[in-house]
Design a protein around this ligand. Structure first.
Ligand code: DX5
Ligand code: ZN
Length: 219
């Protein structure tokens, strides 16, 4: 499976959002990763539909929208309308997960589930065939720039086993503290899709950083 890089717009310069979107367009990145935070599910507030619509206007690659909000089922259609291509919801945020994923599919998007850092991957057993992707958090969600947690490697291995045993094509995405120091080990553990925020946007040459990450992931 080809390895994908999804720069996290949370780390972009919001005063120069169009410039940063064009940078991603012109890079080897595959998706835009867009973090929506509501100040309830996570202790931070980011941005919502108008900002996503503005990104969509310039984006030439799919929008991977990561909802860190309580009861995401209230807003699925609105996120689809402003241009989300993939929508992931936290297992911990919605009571009727199967119904919420169906809602995402019916809105014309690909559906995925996110697990917090220590939510056991075994909870995915029954929902896995319905997931286009599973996103494993490698930090406590809410903020960029945090340290990658090493417990992630074992979690990826367990999830990779579950996916392969079922003969599924489910993508395994990692989010939080991803850099050149851990991406290869994450690929070896079985991950294939990588969010990176501060590592990309704080670097001198963002285009080169994306290129290097992608090369490492595919090495
Ligand atoms: C945090 C977000 C991440 C964040 C990652 O809750 O889900 O997508 O932007 O940022 P870095 O790569 O800086 O850890
Ligand atoms: Zn995210």
């Amino acid at each position: 499976m080809s390895k994908l890089i999804a720069p996290s717009i949370l780390a972009a310069d919001f005063g120069n959002l169009q410039r940063d979107v064009e940078m991603v367009n012109n890079s080897e990145a595959d998706w835009f990763h867009i973090d929506v935070m509501d100040g309830h599910f996570v202790p931070n507030i980011s941005y919502g539909m108008p900002v996503i619509a503005a990104i969509k206007k310039h984006a030439k690659k799919p929008l991977d929208v990561h909802l860190m909000i309580e009861k995401p089922e209230r807003y699925i259609e609105e996120f689809a309308k402003v241009g989300a291509d993939i929508i992931t919801v936290h297992y911990e945020s919605t009571v009727h997960l199967h119904r919420t994923l169906t809602q995402i599919e019916n809105a014309g998007c690909k559906a995925g589930v996110v697990l917090n850092l220590t939510t056991p991957v075994s909870v995915l057993e029954d929902i896995l065939p319905k997931c286009y992707m599973v996103l494993l958090m490698s930090i406590n969600p809410g903020f960029g720039g945090q340290k990658f947690e090493d417990i992630t490697y074992n979690r990826v291995k367990k999830l990779r086993k579950m996916v392969d045993e079922r003969g599924l094509e489910t993508r395994i995405e990692i989010d939080g503290g991803v850099s050149n120091k851990n991406i290869k080990a994450l690929v070896d553990a079985g991950a294939d899709t990588f969010v990176a925020g501060s590592y990309i946007f704080k670097s001198e040459n963002q285009i080169e950083t994306i290129k290097d990450l992608k090369a490492l992931a595919n090495s």
